[in-house]
Write a protein that binds this ligand. Structure first.
Ligand code: KG4
Ligand code: ZN
Length: 341
């Protein structure tokens, strides 16, 4: 089917989101976040997230339909994040999407969250659907993906051995007594600091077995030790030097993957893609390396339903088989599949 009207549901973490696309055109992107309910715990509490999804899914769905000016009966196919994510949270989306698909007799596609993060790039119709390297950096993921085809061939070539990049920002912010979520707080204060003040370690840089993998635990320890040794250290300098280490290692590995795979496009997505220093250094290094840099607009970088709808739309157009109605959510799936059977 050409130009299918697709509704995508995302509930894998703390955002309840519904997006609607027609082909590669975005019609609606509605998000309700429970982030404030988790703030006092310093991280996402799964049970609170699941309850928040249940409370807001209906109104988010209704708002998306009204924003897109379509009715449920117009929808050609439903997409939903089936994994990875928090199991109780995923189940709210999967159950809702299965119910809609059954009631309206329209196909259901269970999609991989990581793949969807990158497929959102297809909503910029000027972008050719060509191969790309994806750098996915958020509170839950730090992965390098090789995308040969958004809807059928995405493989993870690197991931984090411990914390995700956003998690590292959040933990360091806590050590520095800054606000949660820590990424924006570090980004802000780092502007007043010297990124070269402290030479923090770049994890797994010269490890041939982990060329594209990340590890941020050594960096976290290094920052803690530094602060124990020099408690009067300027917070802005520590924040800027920490941020520089993260940005450096993320981009060094992503660009090295692009180079060895002979791929000329880098897509950066996930909440950490908001980081101003990451954007600045990415633009500079991609320019030097002759790599085309794509960073989706911020509302499409963090968790959203439009990315699920975008990936589902590509699947429908390419004739991929729909999932069965017994579609199960899977909390810890990697990227061995883009769609669930
Ligand atoms: O994609 P996202 O909104 O949610 C998931 O993790 O699924 O990403 C949230 C993460 C948080 O860890 C937050 O600290 C980080 O993205 N983040 C940032 C910035 N804005 C958000 N990290 C660094 N710099 C930022 N400006
Ligand atoms: Zn995500």
């Amino acid at each position: 089917m050409n130009q299918p009207l697709v509704l995508g549901i995302e509930t894998s973490c703390d955002e309840t989101a519904v997006g609607i696309v027609k082909g590669r055109t975005l019609l609606a992107n509605v998000i309700s976040s429970s982030v404030e309910e988790h703030a006092r715990f310093g991280g996402v509490v799964p049970e609170i997230a699941s309850r928040a999804h249940l409370e807001s899914i209906h109104s988010v769905l209704t708002r998306a339909l009204s924003e897109a000016k379509v009715s449920l009966t117009d929808i050609d196919a439903f997409g939903v994040t089936a994994g990875p994510g928090l199991i109780g949270a995923l189940l709210v989306g999967v159950s809702s999407a299965s119910g809609l698909s059954l009631a309206l007799d329209k196909p259901l596609y269970g999609v991989n969250h990581l793949s969807a993060h990158l497929a959102v790039d297809a909503l910029n119709s000027e972008h050719k659907l060509n191969p790309a390297i994806g750098l996915l950096v958020s509170g839950g993921h730090s992965s390098i993906l090789k995308v040969s085809h958004f809807a059928s061939d995405v493989i993870v070539i690197g991931s984090t051995l411990d914390d995700a990049a956003g998690e590292a920002f959040d933990k360091i912010a806590r050590i520095l007594k800054l606000d949660f979520p820590g990424g924006p707080a570090i980004d802000r204060i780092a502007k007043d600091g010297d990124a070269l003040a402290i030479d923090f370690p770049r994890g797994l840089t010269n490890d041939a077995d982990h060329r594209y993998d990340f590890s941020f635990s050594g960096l976290k320890t290094a920052v803690s030790r530094y602060l124990q040794k020099i408690p009067q250290a300027k917070v802005a300098d520590v924040a800027a030097s920490f941020q520089e280490a993260v940005v450096d290692v993320l981009l060094a590995k992503a660009l090295s993957a692009a180079k060895s795979e002979g791929i000329e496009t880098l897509i950066i997505a996930g909440g950490v893609a908001a980081n101003s220093r990451l954007r600045e250094v990415a633009a500079q290094r991609c320019g030097e390396a002759g790599i085309e840099l794509r960073i989706p607009p911020m509302a499409l970088c963090t968790d959203n339903g439009a990315m699920v709808a975008a990936l589902t739309s590509l699947a429908v157009s390419s004739g991929a088989p729909a999932s069965s109605l017994g579609l199960a959510a899977e909390s810890s799936s990697g990227l061995d599949r883009v769609f669930w059977p």
